[in-house]
Design a protein around this ligand. Sequence first.
Ligand code: ADP
Ligand code: MG
Length: 647
Amino acid sequence: MPKIQQLSPSVVNKIAAGEVIERPASAVKELMENSLDAGSTRVDVTIEHGGTELIRIADNGCGIAPEDMPLTIASHATSKIRSAEELFHVHTLGFRGEALASISEVSQFLLRSRPHDADCGNEMLVHGGSVQEAQPCGCPPGTIIEIRNLFFNTPVRKKFLKTTQTEFGHISEAFTRIALAHPDVHFTLKHGARLVHDLPPSADLRERVRVFFGAEIADQLIDVESSNDQVTLRGFVGNPRFSRSNNRMQYLFLNGRYIKDRALQHALGEAYRGLLLHGRYPIAFLRMQMPPEMVDVNVHPTKLEVRFQDSGRIYSQLLGTLRQKFLATDLTSTYRPAEDADANSSSGDAQSADALRQELVAWAKGAVPGSSSETESQPSRQTDLDLDFRSDQRAPLQLNPINRSAVGAGSLPLPPIPSGLPRGTSQGQPLPDAQQPPLSPETDFDPAMSPQPSSTGSLHRAIQLHNRYLITETDEGMAVIDQHALHERILYEELREKALARRLEVQRLLVPETLNLSAQEFAAVAAATETLAQIGIEVEAFGGDTILIRSYPAILGRRKPAEILREIIDQLLTEGKNLEKRDLLDELLHMMSCKAAIKAGDRLSREEIDALLDLRHLCQDAHHCPHGRPTSLVFTKEELDRRFQRT
Ligand code: ADP
Ligand code: MG
């Protein structure tokens, strides 16, 4: 029988460290929070090698009395609460008294501090949990903490650390969250010799958003504000035109603390219902203040999640505030046509700006249930075109979107598309006239397009229904084809073949485009550079977190390179992280083929329909689109006979 033992405090701390300190970014978060709890107005963060070599946080807060210094690294020692009762009135970011104990257990830790009324400071050196040295020293009022060689005595943890860039990406995200929650505090962030951020205090959260996410995002934000006797909600939400493919740009702060909360995220989604396509998420920077007794912050070791006393009420307040705001008539004032025109690098003509403004008002009105059914059905109908983008004005379909030149082939092992017939094996049929006009928009059914009876049983011309399905006769009976799914499958196979052979057509940019990224995004791109090159996107670091785009896949020629890369980055951050290189390539190829394929809703000309059906035989799995949905449904003659009770 194994013997039961009481673990030593050192082991207990190491276990706690595993919970609180997962990586350098967690230590940065804890230390910055301590600085804010100490009432600092300035906090300087210095990082070496993604925080694995050094994390140094210096503040001008209240400092620590010399006799209290050893207590800072004792577990469950805190100046922030005294009793269990106070757990429900926490006014500070920290209260568990665990962070410094955990950190000093797994690093070489130096604490230097001087209260404002003291003549000199004191320093304490801790190595893997044991105090090595404590003595007076000279230092400015406030506290400096240095953490060197994090996880030096927990090799398993250390092994899990990622590249310098990735770890710094996490640190930068932690820094961003805290700096956004406290715009009135001066923060700086240095990585090695590089000053990444210097953020003077500002009364306006929008200024901080501008620094972190650029003017394009900051200038389109819509102010929101509401308060009742207990809860104040203040901040910004994004115009639906700037949605994202994940919810990482939803920054929610509660009493100065960044939180993740499913209910509030859901309320955001609800407020934008009908304004965003399926799978798109709004941008938000929202700060909430409420009495500490209305929320339990002691439910998560890193305090990322909280429990509201009355979450339904907060949910309704957020949803109601946003809906009201979207309805407000002065909504257009948040929209700045001149800047927006710049951002879209369009000519900035007044007419299109006007049209956009009207569109904005229209979506605002459609946002609330019970408004006119037309305005409401408009956006929701658009959501059917999943994976298409609202802002993506589709150019009129080229004569033949699956023409070889459109997919940029040339060296493809597939035979060229015949300009007319023969289709299948039937020789005796009349060739369709290549000059035939496209289907007239008024008729969904053209008698000339009806399937021809065939003795050979090969594929025949199809008719298009509802601008999304093709119906055709087959050997066995009849097939209903999803035009988008089939085209996507065809493109996917073609792209995959070329990408693997590194023969994908790329469009080189005469003038490379620049793109500003967050440190985390930058790290994601850096990690995927090789795979990106394989699909034709060549990128290069360009100082800071800016990258240069030198080329992009020709097949996505209708879209802006920066926009394509943004989509991909979103994807990398949501799904790419855990993917093997091969799977990532596959994922990106799926995405490209989906974007380049004809959409549900596209009216196809007769040639386009014919060409699509021709190519159908050329893909290995014509029955499923790359997402695994069926591309066609087959009804056998027997089944039709049975349904019509002929048998
Ligand atoms: P907690 O923040 O939960 O109290 P920590 O382990 O993070 O626990 O810190 C322990 C104590 O050390 C704090 O309660 C605080 O009194 C003191 N302390 C830590 N960092 C600072 C700082 N930057 N300035 C002043 N006091 C600090
Ligand atoms: Mg703390």
